[in-house]
Design a protein around this ligand. Structure first.
Ligand code: HEC
Ligand code: HEC
Ligand code: HEC
Length: 443
């Protein structure tokens, strides 16, 4: 079966599964402070009319999905009027939500790109450099602690886009990525920056996306392979009409997803071990059974349909746009959602809120303490108060104050609902005990 895998110059690097921060030791203060201030949203202009950043996204409503961009060389899809809000998530009471990639409202660029690019330089240093590096080479000081390395912009490949395989992303695709963030990969959302700031960053990222040709001359990927054609991303058909057996046949036999994603979708197919991305780094297929928390740009059928259509440039995940009919891509998308296994609502909350940006479980300190065994060292009432309102605990509680002395960054408040706090407490109780080397010393 023919597939169009993009494999010229790649961008993605090692995507190890499991905890997002597997290789963590003591983070140098030099790293902790800028990263933390960034995660906390210090010094950043707020635009209350737009989406919130991931960690602070409490209270966000998920906007209804605007119709997917039409096919053809369309300009940035105009923001659409919102239909009725998304039905409540399975576990109600979850306030911390983020806007999904496809649902980001794309406002038109407020100024010419050259002007925006100038403003983008400083904004990039402030918000992105810590991970993506000064020149966009994925070598910022925080790059090493992320499970999924940040994108190397100089390699010119982008996973999340609505342009044809082989083409650079549309500007609005980059704008979407910045706005929604990629929580499953540890990239925070920058949805609370103003429209101007986000477009300025898009312009600067495009400028960084350049390399040197064999003849020594520099070129820019966005000029060399411009986005000209929008993939056709229609609205989803009626889920009730999905044919499970057809989906399974496609998964196992026709499209051979099984080769990489495995019999049950666990990401353990025959070729899974040897997969490399276009930069020759090992990469793992997504665990489809945990799609609701592992998929990078959404787990609804329409999100999966988009991934199957565009592929993920620079990774072995192919585009099936020319090898599978639209209907079959829908069958597969529905089939993938049938593989989801229930995820503990506490864990879901933990991942959605973005606790992983600052905490590991059993891998050592990050911005905050290792949470392995935390329910052994703190009692439930303390933890409840802490999660509900860290700032007032920091102001009044001796243990909290000692923690702050050690970690130097105040844990922000997420405005969690009592139900979310309960869910999180339940989840923390399931965590393994602390390994001897990890965790906080202030007992
Ligand atoms: C905490 C680290 C971190 C910060 C800060 C960060 N990113 Fe990222 N970014 C990542 C990671 C990790 C990925 C790779 C995700 C993947 O490959 O799945 C990524 C990927 C991207 C991509 C590629 C998307 C694609 O389609 O492949 C873009 C564009 C991007 N980041 C832009 C930015 C910009 C602009 C900023 C600053 C406003 C920023 N990032 C800040 C970690 C970060
Ligand atoms: C050659 C190996 C390979 C094949 C074949 C393959 N995939 Fe993937 N797939 C991957 C890899 C690797 C990733 C992870 C890419 C990343 O996160 O950077 C992935 C990611 C995904 C994702 C997650 C997207 C997201 O938003 O994070 C979905 C869904 C998916 N694949 C579905 C499928 C389906 C359905 C098929 C068959 C039609 C398929 N894949 C075939 C390797 C493969
Ligand atoms: C921006 C970084 C950051 C985020 C995100 C974050 N925390 Fe924290 N957390 C900290 C820091 C730092 C501390 C140590 C106390 C301090 O300095 O405020 C801490 C302390 C804790 C403690 C006490 C640990 C101990 O050893 O007593 C728990 C429990 C905790 N956090 C849970 C969570 C949960 C659950 C989430 C997600 C809802 C979360 N944290 C999100 C930074 C963060």
């Amino acid at each position: 079966m023919s597939r169009s895998t993009e494999s010229t110059v790649g961008a993605g690097r090692v995507a190890r599964s499991g905890s997002p921060f597997p290789r963590v030791g003591l983070l140098a203060l030099a790293l902790a402070l800028p990263l933390a201030s960034l995660l906390l949203g210090c010094e950043r202009a707020k635009d209350p009319t737009t989406a919130s950043r991931t960690p602070a996204a409490a209270g966000d409503s998920i906007t209804a999905s605007p119709a997917a961009p039409a096919g053809g060389a369309a300009p940035a899809p105009a923001p659409q009027a919102h239909a009725e809000p998304e039905p409540a998530e399975p576990e109600e009471g979850v306030s911390a939500r983020r806007v999904r990639w496809m649902d980001v409202e794309v406002a038109p660029p407020p100024a010419p790109m050259e002007k925006l690019a100038k403003a983008g330089v400083g904004l990039y240093q402030q918000n992105c450099q810590v991970c993506h590096g000064a020149q966009g080479k994925a070598d910022g000081p925080a790059a090493g602690v992320l499970a999924v390395p940040p994108r190397n912009f100089t390699a010119g490949q982008f996973k999340f886009k609505t342009s044809m395989p082989g083409q650079a992303p549309f500007d609005d695709d980059l704008y979407r990525t910045l706005s929604s963030g990629i929580p499953a990969a540890g990239m925070p959302s920058f949805g609370d920056l103003t429209v101007f700031e986000r477009w300025a960053l898009v312009a600067h990222v495009k400028n960084l996306s350049q390399a040197i040709r064999d003849d020594g001359k520099p070129f820019n990927y966005f000029q060399k392979r411009p986005a000209t054609t929008r993939m056709k991303l229609p609205a989803p058909p009626d889920a009730a009409k999905a044919q499970h057996e057809r989906g399974e046949l496609l998964y196992r036999k026709v499209a051979e997803c099984i080769q990489c994603h495995g019999e049950k979708g666990l990401g353990d197919g025959r070729s899974a071990k040897d997969l490399k991305d276009a930069l020759k780094n090992p990469i793992k297929p997504a665990d489809l059974t945990r799609g609701e928390v592992t998929f990078k740009t959404g787990s609804r059928p329409e999100d999966i349909f988009r991934v199957l259509t565009t592929g993920m440039a620079g990774t072995p995940m192919p585009s099936y746009e020319d090898s599978l009919e639209e209907e079959d891509r829908w069958e597969l998308a529905f089939y993938v959602t049938s593989l989801y296994r229930p995820i503990d609502p506490g864990e879901k909350t933990y991942l959605r809120v973005g606790c992983t940006s600052c905490h590991t479980i059993g891998k050592g300190k990050l911005i905050g303490p290792d949470l392995a065994g935390v329910t052994k060292r703190r009692d439930r009432e303390w933890l409840r108060k802490w999660l509900a309102d860290p700032p007032s605990m920091l102001a009044t509680d001796e243990t909290a104050r000692k923690l702050l002395e050690e970690f130097l960054t105040p844990m922000p408040s997420y405005g969690l609902t009592p139900r979310e706090v309960d869910l999180l407490l339940g989840y923390l109780e399931t965590l393994p005990p602390a390994p001897e080397t990890a965790g906080s010393v202030s007992k």
